[in-house]
Design a protein around this ligand. Structure first.
Ligand SMILES: [Zn+2]
Length: 316
């Protein structure tokens, strides 16, 4: 029924494009990690409060990248252990450091080389490899920020495995980074698709409906439930998985789907969304091209943008 899910390939989904070998077996090799961090091939990025250190100036037009440093970056991170992210195809070990919230570049040798920038605009300016690396680092640092204590016994935990696990010495339990699956779906009926908007969004901005998967649900069931709860629309049972996107705000995995709806009758739950609206294919194409007089589509960074594009590209 549905065509090829993503003609341009999964690597085209923003924040999912890192080509690092995660080299998980190195995470427990303290000697290797120490040597790798100190080597002149090490690539080290800095993050402050989830925002990456970028080259150039904020607001500068055109592509920019993470400001990659070497082992000297260790001097800026206090006693925070380096997060080991993997090895590039050329063999360079990649690390990230979470600097203190009050860290300022001004008094360091880095002054004038770059700036910490909000994650979303920064990720939109980076190449796909750096954006994938930054998304991974942000997810792990945000997990650590929110999970410093053992959920089992309440004692402080400590990071092990180069930042990929926390251990409680009180009850000898291990804890792993949290990932929250979210179904984000385009409901379609014949030649129209359903988008919704929330009150807080800019005027005219519409996007896919979405919601967290609950325990005991499949992705398809969760997507159908959200569609029914938010818009009052029943799914026909036909659901298609397209692609997914790590979304480190703070720990989501956005699972992109297309659902067939039984009809176009809407019954909006205004506690969830402000409104929802069916858009014929031609109108949707107009919105995506930026030519619609009233409505705006999700930006390229959002998986919703790519879900809509995938539907528009279908020729069934
Ligand atoms: Zn414990």
């Amino acid at each position: 029924m549905f065509g090829p899910p993503n003609p341009s390939g999964a690597a085209a989904i923003p924040l999912a494009g890192s080509d690092l070998d995660r080299a998980g077996h190195r995470r427990t090799d303290a000697d290797w990690l120490k040597d790798a961090f100190a080597s002149d091939r090490a690539m080290v990025m800095l993050m402050r409060g989830g925002d990456p250190l970028m080259s150039g100036s904020p607001g500068q037009s055109g592509p920019r990248d993470l400001l990659w440093l070497g082992a000297q970056a260790g001097a800026f991170a206090g006693d925070a252990p380096p997060l080991f992210l993997g090895v590039t195809p050329k063999g360079a070990p990649v690390f990230a450091l979470d600097v203190a919230p009050d860290f300022s570049l001004g008094s360091t040798p880095l002054a004038g080389l770059g700036a910490f920038e909000g994650f979303r605009p920064a990720a939109g300016a980076m190449d796909s490899r750096d954006a994938g690396i930054a998304a991974t680092a942000r997810a792990l640092f945000e997990w650590r920020r929110r999970h410093r204590f053992c959920p089992n016994c309440g004692q402080p935990t400590r990071l092990v495995d180069a930042g990929w696990k926390s251990r409680c010495d009180g009850c000898e339990s291990d804890h792993f980074p949290r990932i929250d699956p979210v179904a984000i779906m385009l409901a379609v009926h014949e030649d129209a698709c359903l988008l919704g908007r929330q009150k807080a969004w800019p005027p005219g901005f519409y996007s896919c409906l979405a919601g967290f998967i609950e325990p005991g649900e499949t992705m398809e069931q969760g997507a159908a439930r959200e569609l029914l709860e938010e818009a009052g629309v029943a799914a026909s049972g036909e659901a298609k998985y397209l692609f997914c996107q790590p979304w480190p705000f703070p720990s989501s995995l956005m699972v992109g789907m297309i659902l067939k709806a039984e009809n176009r009758e809407l019954r909006i739950d205004e506690t969830e969304i402000e409104t929802a609206r069916w858009f014929p294919r031609e109108e949707m194409a107009e919105i995506m091209s930026g030519r619609h007089p009233e409505c705006h589509a999700p930006p390229n960074l959002a998986i919703a943008h790519h879900i809509i594009r995938a539907w528009l590209a279908q020729t069934d």
